[in-house]
Design a protein around this ligand. Structure first.
Ligand SMILES: Cc1cc2nc3c(=O)[nH]c(=O)nc-3n(C[C@H](O)[C@H](O)[C@H](O)COP(=O)(O)OP(=O)(O)OC[C@H]3O[C@@H](n4cnc5c(N)ncnc54)[C@H](O)[C@@H]3O)c2cc1C
Length: 567
C-alpha cells in the first residue's frame, strides 16, 4: 500500500498502470495520456524506440555474415523460438527467459520487447461481425458475449483511422467494412481466381484482405511521423517509414509526446496488489529483470495487457486472502476456456495460363476468402467456420547444375515458371473448459515467478473443419482449372496461429465469466483486461484489431468511472 507520506512510494504512484506495451497496451497508454492521465507502462522486455532500435531494417542480404541463416551454435539457445533469421534474431526469445510446461504440445510465440508482437505481426485487420459476437448464443457454446458489433463499431472506426488500414469496401455482412485507404492490387492469378469463385461458388468471395498499412497518408499519420508503405516486405525487421502499424511507430511515441507517459522496461510483472479494506487493486508488483529486486508501483486503475497467456498468468499469481485462487477468480474459471485459431490446413496449386504476364513490385498483404461455412445457417456437421488466406504470384528460377560461364548466365537470367497460388486455413476454435493454463505449484522461472502449465488440444470439431477445408479448397482449385493441387493437414500443434485467446472471458454473469461488458473484472472493478485474454469466443477473423478497439473503448469507460468516483 502506498504511504502518502513516503516520498519513495509517491514517486512510484501514477494515475494508471498498463502492463505490457504491445498492440493493446500501446492503445491503453495512448488513450490515457491523451486525456492527461499520468501513466506508467511496465514492460518486461528491453526498450525498442522507433527507427533507432531497428538494427537490421535496411540492410541488404550481403551485410549479414551468414546471409540470413542463424548458425547452429547460436540456435541451440532458442529451440522454441520463431524469427530464426539473422534479420530478425533480435526479436527471438531465449529458452531460459520463461520456461513453461506443455502438458500437451503447444507452440507459444512471444515478443518480449517494447512493442511486443505488434512489431512482428502480419498486420491483417478484419473486423468481427455479429455472426461472431452472436456465435456462442446461437450455437450454444461458451457464454454469450456481453457486447454486440454495434458496441464496438465506433471504436473500430476510431482505431482504424489512427492506425491506417488498406483495403476495400466490400459490402459483406460477415465482414463489416473498415475505414480504409486504397488496398493493394491483386495479382492476375488472384483476379482470375476471384472471377472463378464468382462463377462457380455463389456463397464465396475473394477480396483483398484489410491490413494495417498506410497507402494514402492522412494528416493523422503525418502527425505520428509515419509515411506511406514502400512495399519492401521487410516489415518484421521494423519499418523505418512507419508504413505499417506497430505500437513503436504509432501509439507509444504519441503517448510519449504528451509528456504523461513513463515506460519502465525490464520490469517483469509478478502480480496485481489487492487491498482487502478498499476492496480494489492498488498497484502492481514487479521483479526488476536486471537486479531481481521486487518492487511495487501504485495507481488507481490497472490495465492488464501482457498478451493472453501472460495476462492469465499474472492474474492467477495475484493471490490474496480474499482471492486465494487468483484475482477475481471466485468462480474458478480463470485460466479456463483458453482457445486459439485452427491454421492447420495449407494448400498450393499452379496455373498454366498468363504466360505473357508477370508481377511488378511486392505486396505486403494478401487476398482473403471470408468465412462461408455455417454463416447464415448451420450447414455442416461441425460448428462455426473458417476464412482462407490466398496468395498468388509467378516464381522464377535458374538451372544451377553447372559451373563457370553458363552458371553465371543462368543466374543472371532466371526463367519464369508457372503462376502459383497458395492458400491457408484460418478456422474458428470453439473454447472448451478443459483447454486451460495454470501455475505450477513448485517450479519457478529465473525471476521467482511460478512456471506456467499450458494444457490445450484439438477437438473433434477442429478435425472436421480441417477435412472440410481440404475438400472445399480442392473443389475451388479444380473449378478454376488449377493443376498440381496439393492440400494438406500440417497437424501443427495448437498455438501455431499465434492468436491465443480467452481464460479471462467477458460475460454477463460473474458466476460464468470474469469480466463485464467494459472489460472490468466483475469482482475488482479497477482492473481491466483488454488483450486476447478477454475474448469469449474466437471468430475466424484475425483478432488484434478487436483487442485494440476494445482497449480504446475500455480506457474511455475507465476515465468516466474515475470521474464519477466509481472506481
Ligand atoms: C508472426 C506473427 C503474425 C501475426 N499476424 C497477425 C495478424 O495478421 N493479425 C492479427 O490480428 N494478429 C496477428 N498476430 C498476433 C498479434 O501480434 C497479437 O494478437 C497482438 O500483438 C497481441 O497484442 P497484445 O497487446 O495482447 O500482446 P503483445 O503485442 O504480445 O504485447 C504484450 C507485451 O506485454 C509484455 N509482457 C508480457 N508479460 C509481461 C509481464 N509479466 N510483465 C511485463 N510485461 C509483460 C511483452 O513483453 C509485450 O511487450 C501475429 C503475431 C505474430 C507473432
Amino acid at each position: 500500500m502506498p504511504d502518502n507520506n513516503n516520498d519513495s512510494a509517491k514517486k512510484r504512484t501514477y494515475d494508471v498502470i498498463v502492463i505490457g506495451s504491445g498492440a493493446s497496451g500501446g492503445w491503453a497508454a495512448k488513450e490515457f495520456c491523451d486525456k492527461g492521465m499520468k501513466t506508467l507502462i511496465l514492460e518486461r522486455g528491453r526498450e525498442v524506440r522507433h527507427v533507432k532500435d531497428y538494427p537490421t531494417a535496411s540492410r541488404p542480404p550481403w551485410d549479414f555474415p551468414h546471409r540470413g541463416t542463424v548458425p547452429l551454435e547460436q540456435r541451440k539457445d532458442y529451440q522454441g523460438a520463431r524469427f530464426m533469421r539473422e534479420e530478425t534474431l533480435q526479436w527471438a526469445i531465449r529458452d531460459d527467459e520463461q520456461p513453461f510446461i506443455q502438458e500437451k504440445p503447444f507452440r507459444w510465440v512471444r515478443g518480449y520487447h517494447m512493442g511486443g508482437k505488434s512489431l512482428l505481426w502480419a498486420r491483417q485487420t478484419q473486423r468481427w461481425s455479429n455472426y461472431d459476437f452472436e456465435g456462442p448464443a446461437r450455437d450454444g457454446f461458451a457464454v454469450d458475449w456481453p457486447i454486440r458489433y454495434e458496441d464496438l463499431e465506433p471504436w473500430y472506426s476510431y482505431v482504424e483511422k489512427f492506425a491506417g488500414i488498406a483495403g476495400n469496401k466490400d459490402g459483406l455482412p460477415e465482414l463489416p467494412d473498415s475505414e480504409v485507404m486504397p488496398g493493394f492490387e491483386m495479382s492476375c492469378i488472384e483476379q482470375y481466381f476471384k472471377e472463378s469463385l464468382k462463377k462457380n461458388f455463389k456463397d464465396r468471395h475473394l477480396i483483398q484482405a484489410r491490413c494495417a498499412h498506410i497507402t494514402d497518408p492522412q494528416p493523422i499519420h503525418q502527425q505520428q511521423g509515419r509515411s506511406k508503405c514502400q512495399n519492401q516486405t521487410m516489415c518484421n525487421r521494423g519499418c523505418v517509414f512507419g508504413g505499417y502499424f506497430s505500437s513503436n511507430a504509432s501509439t507509444l511515441p504519441w503517448a510519449i509526446n504528451t509528456g504523461n507517459l513513463t515506460i519502465r522496461p525490464h520490469s517483469v510483472v509478478h502480480s496485481v496488489i489487492y487491498d482487502e479494506k478498499k476492496g480494489k487493486a492498488t498497484g502492481v508488483r514487479i521483479v526488476d529483470a536486471g537486479t531481481k529486486e521486487m518492487m511495487e508501483f501504485y495507481a488507481s486503475v490497472i490495465f492488464v495487457n501482457a498478451s493472453t497467456i501472460n495476462s492469465n498468468a499474472i492474474l492467477l499469481n495475484s493471490v490474496s486472502s480474499r482471492f486465494p485462487a487468483g484475482l477475481g477468480n471466485d468462480n474458478g474459471l480463470l485460466g479456463k476456456f483458453v482457445s486459439w485459431h485452427n491454421y492447420r490446413g495449407k494448400g498450393s496449386a499452379q496455373y498454366e495460363g498468363f504466360k505473357d504476364k508477370t508481377t511488378d513490385g511486392r505486396n505486403p498483404s494478401n487476398a482473403y476468402i471470408p468465412r462461408f461455412r455455417n454463416l447464415f445457417r448451420q450447414d455442416t456437421d461441425f460448428l462455426r467456420g473458417y476464412a482462407i488466406g490466398i496468395g498468388g504470384g509467378r516464381g522464377s528460377g535458374s538451372d544451377t547444375h553447372m559451373i563457370g560461364d553458363q552458371l553465371r548466365e543462368n543466374l543472371l537470367h532466371p526463367q519464369l515458371g508457372n503462376w502459383f497460388i497458395s492458400s491457408w486455413m484460418m478456422g474458428e476454435c470453439v473454447p472448451l473448459e478443459k483447454n486451460h493454463v495454470r501455475l505450477h505449484k513448485d517450479l519457478k522461472d529465473k525471476y521467482g515467478i511460478p512456471q506456467l502449465i499450458i494444457s490445450c488440444e484439438w477437438a473433434d470439431n477442429d478435425e472436421k473443419m480441417v477435412k472440410d477445408y481440404i475438400e472445399q479448397s480442392k473443389a475451388m482449385f479444380e473449378a478454376a482449372g488449377f493443376t498440381s493441387i496439393k492440400i494438406d493437414d500440417t497437424k501443427s500443434p495448437p498455438g501455431s496461429d499465434i492468436h491465443e485467446m480467452g481464460g479471462v472471458r467477458m460475460g454477463h454473469d460473474p458466476k460464468t465469466s470474469l469480466l463485464n461488458k467494459w472489460n472490468q473484472l466483475h469482482l475488482c472493478k479497477n482492473v481491466f483486461v483488454t488483450d486476447g485474454a478477454c475474448m469469449t469466443s474466437t471468430s475466424c477473423q484475425n483478432p488484434t484489431l478487436t483487442y485494440m478497439a476494445l482497449t480504446a473503448r475500455s480506457a474511455h469507460h475507465a476515465m468516466e468511472e474515475l470521474k464519477k468516483g466509481n472506481i
